[in-house]
Design a binder for this molecule. Structure first.
Ligand SMILES: [Zn+2]
Length: 328
């Protein structure tokens, strides 16, 4: 059992761990749900990890909407690995969950995973997760394909470690939303078992030392790309698309005008370059064939004895024709 940190302490511990902290909204330190719900944040027992299911959605997490008002997390961690501060009080991120999991987190008494949750927000006997958990909303589509950049993952580990180290907790005080509520799938794209192993390794080192550019996390800190990472990068829809004809098949809405998907995957980008190159080569070959046949026609015309003026007129016509073909 522990009281929540003040806003300034929260920033201090995050920075001590090497997290890049940003405060896009000046009112973040008093932005909370304590007054509105009549429930004060805390005592705190752990950290809950989420994916946002979107991109560039800091404002969604910070402001929320009428159905689920903000703040929807304490910290928003973007794909650049920056921690954008949202709240130091009660936040709308966890909802109801499994009271057995809460006990296991409080006592840090589970093995590699907590007991599979059988509760969700609104189910009878569910425990309120917004009181005991810090929440990190991490920018990711959550479709299982959107990659987690290493710099973002490292920031997530470090931010988690910052809170755990402050309270003297172990890695077992960090769980995923999916381990709290059986309605949730987040975070998707990495395993919470691996995440806790990384948190454990970071906790074993002095603050800010884990993955700091040296071989001190039990492996190569540059981290080789795994097959799954390459697959994710290959299919990540992130490269700005070109206008038609070389657009995605889903570039436009059904109306053929409104841009629906203005981005490409690496796969599509390479495919398009190859296709454009082949088409250019085919056009050039056809043009060379045309030029050869025109040349032979001209030499046979010369043999028929045209006047200079006739030859000139013919040359102009030929030039026009070639120009028209080049335009295609
Ligand atoms: Zn969540």
């Amino acid at each position: 059992m522990a009281p929540p940190m003040s806003a300034s302490t929260l920033i201090t511990v995050l920075r001590a761990e090497g997290v890049i902290v940003k405060t896009p909204r000046s009112g973040w330190a008093t932005h909370e749900r304590d007054d509105e719900t009549g429930k004060a944040f805390g005592p705190v027992y752990g950290v809950l990890i989420h994916h946002t299911a979107g991109h560039d959605d800091f404002h969604v997490v910070y402001d929320g909407n009428s159905a689920l008002p903000g703040p929807r997390a304490h910290v928003y961690i973007n794909k650049l690995g920056e921690a954008l501060m949202c709240s130091a009080g009660r936040a709308n991120h966890a909802g109801g969950g499994d009271p057995r999991v809460l006990t296991e987190v409080m006592n840090e008494s589970y093995g590699t995973r907590p007991t599979p949750t059988e509760y969700h927000d609104g189910s009878a006997g569910a425990a309120d997760g917004n009181d005991p958990f810090y929440g990190f909303e991490c920018e990711n589509l959550g479709d299982g394909k959107d990659p987690w950049p290493r710099v973002q993952y490292v920031a997530m580990v470090k931010a988690t470690v910052a809170i755990l180290r402050h309270y003297g907790w172990t890695e077992k005080s960090a769980i995923g939303h999916l381990e709290w509520s059986n309605w949730k799938v987040d975070p998707r794209g990495f395993s919470m078992v691996q995440f806790r192993a990384d948190v454990k390794a970071a906790l074993a080192l002095p603050a800010g030392k884990w993955n700091a550019g040296t071989d001190n996390d039990g492996g190569d800190s540059t981290v080789a790309l795994e097959k799954a990472d390459i697959h994710n990068i290959w299919y990540a829809d992130e490269i700005p698309a070109q206008v038609p004809p070389y657009n995605n098949s889903d570039y436009f809405e059904a109306d053929g005008k409104t841009v629906k998907n203005g981005t490409w995957t690496v796969k599509y980008t390479l495919y398009t370059i190859v296709r454009a190159g082949r088409e250019a080569l085919a056009k050039l070959t056809a043009l060379l064939d045309d030029t050869a046949s025109i040349k032979s026609s001209l030499s046979s015309l010369e043999a028929t004895g045209l006047t200079e003026a006739q030859m000139d007129a013919l040359a102009t016509k030929v030039a026009d024709k070639l120009a028209a073909r080049l335009k295609d």
